[in-house]
Design a binder for this molecule. Structure first.
Ligand code: GDD
Length: 276
């Protein structure tokens, strides 16, 4: 469907999607999200006051052209192309910094974060004025992880989640489906966008205290490939050490010891998985 955007509307919400070689997922993400908004039971966010910002790292797979097609069809799409930088977390920050909306949402392109859920996360911030962070969680009541999700991914996610427990009460700090207000982001100090876990970084460094959570079912990627690698796990450990130091200061050493113990368990579990 082609509907022209009303350019006079003020942008209220910005959905930022980091992308690297996601051409097959761009159209379904945009059309499913906008379709949901058009038939949304909520009132505040609509297709005229939202923007969907793709932050792409020079994919060369037709992603740019696909985004332009959608824009020409009247969809509220912005495409930021980075040629000298790489990385999921820095891409998200770039999108948040360029965003025009006061409400910021981050989601993956791979459709594992259902686009239909995005308005619900944004509306949770609208309705709950005291909330400074909204999290799409895979561990909410009644949510089941897709049985096709590989077992080693489930294990890695659970162990990584335990490691972050002393830093945050979020039920799923590994989730890349989250939002916050621009004013909260602006309070952030020493934000270091390494690795994949930008939600945890922002929650801690922006001093978030009052989060709200929206459960969702995490699906299986159908097109393109995951970029998760061993390097991402190492970056996560690096990030954790920095966040422990940031949060606990002098009490950092015992916290590191706890991390090292957990990390040992983490490695043993992965080895067990690889050699079983
Ligand atoms: N711009 C940019 N985007 C990237 C890069 N690497 C990955 N992305 C994008 O970031 C999103 C997530 O990357 P995936 O490769 O699909 O991640 P995943 O392994 O499925 O990891 C998922 O699970 C984690 C929880 O365990 C989440 O933290 C993560 O956000 C994601 O949901 C996708 O839209 C992907 O294109 C990069 O270097 N640059």
């Amino acid at each position: 469907m082609t509907t022209q955007r009303n350019n006079q509307s003020k942008i209220l919400a910005s959905v930022v999607v980091p992308t690297y070689k996601e051409v097959a997922n761009i159209r379904p993400l945009v059309t499913r999200l906008v379709n949901k908004l058009e038939n949304s039971p909520f009132g505040t966010i609509n297709r005229n006051n939202i923007e969907i910002i793709f932050v792409d790292d020079n994919s060369k797979d037709g992603s740019k052209e696909r985004a332009q097609e959608l824009k020409d069809e009247g969809y509220p799409v912005v495409f930021i192309e980075r040629t000298t930088e790489r990385g999921l977390s820095s891409a998200v920050l770039r999108g948040f910094n360029d965003a025009k909306g006061d409400l910021l949402l981050c989601m993956d392109a791979d459709l594992q974060h259902p686009p239909e859920k995005a308005p619900e996360l944004l509306e949770a911030l609208v309705k709950n004025k005291d909330a400074d962070f909204v999290l799409g969680t895979r561990y909410g009541e009644g949510v089941e992880i897709d049985p096709n999700w590989p077992m080693h991914r489930v294990i890695i996610s659970k162990v990584a989640r335990s490691l972050s427990r002393p830093l945050t009460p979020l039920s799923d700090p590994m989730s890349g489906f989250f939002g916050l207000r621009k004013s909260t982001l602006e309070q952030g100090k020493k934000i270091n966008p390494i690795g994949f876990k930008i939600a945890l970084e922002l929650y801690v460094k922006c001093g978030c205290k009052n989060s709200t959570e929206v459960p969702f079912s995490f699906g299986v990627r159908e097109a393109g490939e995951s970029k998760l690698s061993g390097k991402v796990i190492v970056k996560y450990i690096e990030q954790l050490v920095e966040l422990y130091s940031y949060t606990y200061g002098q009490a950092f050493i015992p916290a590191v010891l706890i991390t090292v113990i957990f990390f040992g368990i983490f490695v043993l579990m992965i080895l067990y998985r690889l050699f079983q």
